[in-house]
Design a protein around this ligand. Structure first.
Ligand code: NAD
Ligand code: TYD
Length: 351
């Protein structure tokens, strides 16, 4: 039987790369991109595939049960890959409720719709929930997050994602739904909304604006190129064992300050600025509340059991990312007009 896969959040950063990969690689699948088009959703991300026969976009909100049930019926959905979420930690600190609504209530709504649509034949359908390494909390010494690390979320964002992971496992256990979960480290690459560290710094370097580093810039994140995450999602969706969890990451830890310095160096070269010019924009600002110190994923399970490997080294990925942003000024202009400016002043001007 051919599949009709609902990919939620497909107009967002990671979702758009997953949609593109599936539409191109699986012409016999029907790909339904369900997205509410919040500030983070942008159909410009999918211009290159929007007219493909195996692709449909549906504007709908995962918090609205009836809308979701209709999409399951109308498109005869056989599987779900769920990425729709509120995804920015700083916004979750300012407004936790939006995160509880989308990430928790929205996910449970989606599970309920799938449960109803697939009743009596759960073994023929898969519900894949895309989550984050932030559910495991913050590492202070050495060590890595493995799939059995106890959950210890520290921000409203990670608490909402942890809660949604628990609901997915509860639905598998209680109703017998066939689920799989992956928890990935920080992604970077084209189409990343410029509220997150890397695209925000690229944008600010380009426009000679201060580069706001929280605290001392000593916090460590483990970065993966977004296309490699999309490739991992493909592998887990098709070959991951039912009920299992897979950690995804590139064994690529960087302190924030070192990433920002690397970006300055790369941008100086590409913009023809004297070496060291952009580093002058670095500005240390008040730390994020409850700022997690370090994330680091042990991705051995997906590498050993499913044969997935990241394809790009970080420096190479950063070059590609900077090139994309420099070649897509219009995309950046569009997403940074309007509400973005209000968000930016609220978030940074008083710091
Ligand atoms: P994003 O913020 O770029 O995109 C989220 C998408 O979800 C947007 O298109 C938005 O319009 C849509 N959306 C939001 N609320 C919705 C709703 N109520 N109904 C329907 N659609 C809605 O996020 P992202 O960075 O692409 O992250 C995608 C997923 O991957 C999230 O679940 C996130 O938790 C997870 N994740 C992200 C990272 C990362 O580094 N960005 C790392 C690991 C896991
Ligand atoms: P971010 O991209 O928001 O991802 P996350 O919080 O999910 O890891 O932030 C990455 C790191 O960069 C994190 O330690 C916070 C820090 N940061 C800054 O120092 N300045 C900024 O303006 C932003 C957005 C993040």
């Amino acid at each position: 039987m051919s599949k009709s896969i609902m990919i939620t959040g497909g107009a967002g950063f990671i979702g758009s790369h997953v949609v593109r990969l599936f539409v191109n690689k699986y012409p016999h699948y029907n790909i339904v991109n369900l997205d509410a088009l919040t500030y983070a959703g942008n159909l410009e991300n999918l211009k290159d595939i929007e007219n493909r026969e195996n692709y449909t976009f549906v504007k709908a909100d995962i918090c609205k049960a009836e809308e979701i049930e209709n999409v399951f019926r109308e498109h005869n959905i056989t599987d779900v890959i769920h990425l729709a979420a509120e995804s920015h930690v700083d916004r979750s600190i300012a407004d936790p409720m939006a995160f509880i609504m989308t990430n928790v209530v929205g996910t449970v709504n989606l599970l309920n719709a799938a449960r109803k649509a697939w009743a009596g034949e759960y073994d023929q359908h898969r519900f894949y929930h895309v989550s984050t390494d932030e559910v495991y909390g913050s590492l202070h010494d050495g060590g890595f997050f493995v799939e059995t690390t106890p959950y210890d979320p520290q921000s409203p964002y990670s608490a909402s994602k942890a809660s949604s992971d628990h609901f997915v496992r509860a639905y598998a256990n209680t109703y017998g739904m066939q689920t799989v979960i992956s928890n990935c480290s920080n992604n970077y690459g084209p189409n990343h909304f410029p509220e997150k560290l890397i695209p925000l710094c690229i944008y600010n370097i380009r426009h000679n604006k201060p580069l706001p580093i929280y605290g001392k810039g000593e916090n460590v994140r483990d970065w993966l190129y977004v296309v490699d995450h999309a490739r991992a999602i493909d592998v887990v969706f098709h070959n991951g064992a039912t009920g299992e969890t897979y950690n995804i990451g590139g064994f690529n830890e960087w302190k924030n300050i070192d990433i920002v310095r690397l970006l300055c160096k790369v941008m100086d070269r590409k913009l023809g600025r004297p070496e060291g010019e952009s580093e002058k924009l670095i500005t240390f600002v008040k730390d994020r509340a409850g700022h997690d110190l370090r994330y680091a994923i042990d991705a051995s399970k997906i590498m050993n059991e499913l044969g997935w490997q990241p394809s790009l080294q970080f420096e190479e990925g950063i070059e590609k990312t900077v090139d994309w942003y420099l070649a897509n000024e219009e995309w950046l202009q569009n997403v940074t007009s309007g509400n973005y400016q209000d968000y930016y002043s609220e978030q940074y001007e008083k710091r």
